[in-house]
Each structure stands twice: as structure tokens, then as C-alpha cells.
Design a protein around this ligand. Structure first.
Ligand code: NAP
Length: 287
């Protein structure tokens, strides 16, 4: 039987509708409008699309969004100054710096400068630490989106072997950290470019999460029959979006799979809205 498709677009819409309803209630009861400030440096075409999609999603859900566009010539000091201003601006609840930044800028220093209570991307070490300890303030949007998909799709995780391919700070590491938390209880393996016989490791996965950045890296023969496959990858191949999993081959082996596009991507944006709403509530000490 071909794999069931985990419809990220539909799940994300449910989350966005929930955010919209709660935002409307917040505005009605308190006058507070959750506000996301996005910072875009330079004109990388993919980043332009991501930022536009995030802005559009905010507007649709009733959140305020402000885009700060800076030229490629922006210096580290200019960007730090803008972050400081946004940190102090009481009307701003979430700050997002679109990555990648131009090469002459130090992303780590920039991300560390964001006030942890406005760090809705959850990249600040304080938020990473809280998440690792199982008491998250914000959860990074992409791994949070994957967890939501597993939950809605009723994928059992306790005692199951989850294999995460990729160890980035944005996807792979937090993904593994969430899967191993008490209550989720997966047994987790992280693979990376130095993993030996990655195919053999992947074939032991009940849940396989691919965040590699290589088009169709995961082949059908790397999957255990019946595995649940979550494809985080977004790769552009000849103007087409392709995941990190060979979708056609995987469909014949897996029990469930996320498509690209229409899988993890829309979930990431939905979780960003959720984090911004949460930040607004926390800043005003609402439950
Ligand atoms: P990244 O920082 O480039 O990390 C890629 C990871 O894959 C690294 O840990 C790397 O290992 C590992 N890797 C590379 N080649 C490998 C190989 N041959 N075998 C095994 N592991 C290998 O990428 P990322 O930011 O995590 O993103 C991963 C993918 O997800 C990309 O396609 C990106 O576009 C996509 N993405 C999607 C969303 C979304 O919303 N859907 C959000 C973020 C990212 P080393 O550490 O050893 O180099």
C-alpha cells in the first residue's frame, strides 16, 4: 500500500486558524496586537520569498508584521544597533533575522543579541538550553512543526527509533532534542556527513527525519518498511522544489511521508506565528 501523505499544508492551516482566533481574542480583550519584526539584509531571492511568505501569514492571522530591509553593505554595528532598537521597542514581540546573512556579517553575534524573550525563532542559547531541559520558552519553528505533524498524525514515538539526518543548530540538533524529551520518549540517533554506513542506520528507523540539504539523498532502500518519513529538505532543482528524500521511491516503502512542497515548510511558518502570539502573551504577563 502506498504511504499515507502527511498534509503539512492542512495541518498548518489548522494551526494558523487557531492563532488567528486567539489573536482576535487577545486584541479584543487587551488591545495588544502581536507584532513580528523581520530583518532582511541584502536581496537573496530565496530569503525574499521566505520573508514575504512570513509577512503574508502574519497579516492573514491578524498579527502585525514590520519588515526592516537593509542593504548588502550593512555593517555588523548597523545591524546590532537595529536589533538593540527592536529589543527596546515595547510594541515588538518577536524579532526574526532572516538567514543566511551576507558573509561579512557574524550571524552568531547577531542572533545572540536578540532579547531571548523576543527570540521567536528560538536560536538564542538561552532558549536552546531551556528547550533541552524540557521547559521550553520558544521551540525552533521547523522542529516544532515536525513535532506537531507527528502529534496530529498520531505517529507513536515512545520506544520507537527516530533517526535524524543532519546536526544543524536550526533543525537537526533541536529535532533530536525534542524527540528524546520525556513524554515523547523516542530513542534517537543523529546522523551527519561523517556517519559510517548511513543506509544501515536509516534502515533501523521507525521514524526518519531528513534535514540534509541534498536533493533526494534518502533512497527507498535506506528505509525500513513501514517507516514514517519526514522530509525537511527544501532544494531547488531546475526551478522545482525537491526534498531530501526520493519521494516516489519512499512512498512504496514508508507507511507515511511528508511531501515537498506542502509538508514541513508551511508548518515552519505556522509555528512562527504561534511563537509570536506566545511572546505577546508572555510580555504582557497573560497566561
Ligand atoms: P545544514 O546546516 O547545511 O545542515 C545539513 C546537515 O546535513 C549537516 O549536519 C551535515 O553534516 C549533514 N550532511 C551533509 N551531507 C551529508 C551526507 N552526505 N550524509 C549525511 N549527512 C550529511 O542544513 P539545515 O539548515 O539543517 O537544513 C537542512 C535542509 O532543510 C535544507 O534543505 C534546508 O533548506 C531545509 N530547511 C527546511 C526548512 C523548512 O521550513 N522546511 C527549514 C530549515 C531548513 P555535517 O554537520 O557533518 O556537515
Amino acid at each position: 500500500m502506498p504511504a499515507q501523505i502527511i498534509d503539512g499544508k492542512a495541518i498548518a492551516e489548522t494551526v494558523r486558524n487557531q492563532v488567528a482566533a486567539e489573536t482576535q481574542r487577545l486584541i479584543r480583550d487587551t488591545g495588544i496586537v502581536p507584532h513580528l519584526a523581520a530583518v532582511l539584509v541584502g536581496n537573496d531571492p530565496a530569503s525574499e520569498v521566505y520573508v514575504r511568505n512570513k509577512e503574508r501569514a502574519c497579516q492573514k492571522a491578524g498579527l502585525r508584521s514590520t519588515l526592516h530591509r537593509l542593504s548588502t553593505a550593512t555593517t555588523q554595528a548597523d545591524l546590532l544597533e537595529l536589533i538593540a532598537a527592536l529589543n527596546h521597542d515595547m510594541s515588538v514581540h518577536g524579532i526574526l533575522v532572516q538567514l543566511p546573512l551576507p558573509k561579512h556579517l557574524d550571524s552568531t553575534q547577531i542572533l545572540d543579541a536578540i532579547l531571548p524573550t523576543k527570540d521567536v525563532d528560538a536560536f538564542h542559547p538561552e532558549n536552546t538550553g531551556l528547550m533541552l531541559q524540557g521547559r521550553p520558552r520558544f521551540v525552533p519553528c521547523t522542529p516544532a512543526g515536525v513535532m506537531k505533524m507527528l502529534e496530529v498524525s498520531k505517529v507513536p514515538t515512545a520506544g520507537r527509533h527516530a533517526v535524524v539526518i543532519g546536526r544543524s543548530d536550526i533543525v537537526g540538533k533541536p529535532m533530536a532534542a525534542l524527540l528524546v524529551q520525556k513524554g515523547i520518549d523516542a530513542t534517537v540517533t543523529i546522523c551527519h556527513s561523517r556517519t559510517a554506513d548511513i543506509g544501515a542506520v536509516c534502515r533501523t528507523a521507525d521514524i526518519l527525519i531528513a534535514a540534509v540539504g541534498i536533493p533526494e539523498f534518502v533512497k527507498g532502500d535506506m528505509l525500513k518498511p513501514g517507516a514514517v518519513v519526514i522530509d525537511v529538505g527544501i532544494n531547488r532543482v531546475n526551478e522545482r522544489l525537491v526534498g531530501d528524500v526520493d519521494f516516489v521511491a519512499a512512498c512504496a516503502v514508508a507507511s507515511a511521508i511528508t511531501p515537498v512542497p506542502g509538508g514541513v515548510g508551511p508548518m515552519t511558518i505556522a509555528m512562527l506565528l504561534l511563537n509570536t502570539l506566545k511572546s505577546a502573551r508572555m510580555m504582557h504577563r497573560l497566561s
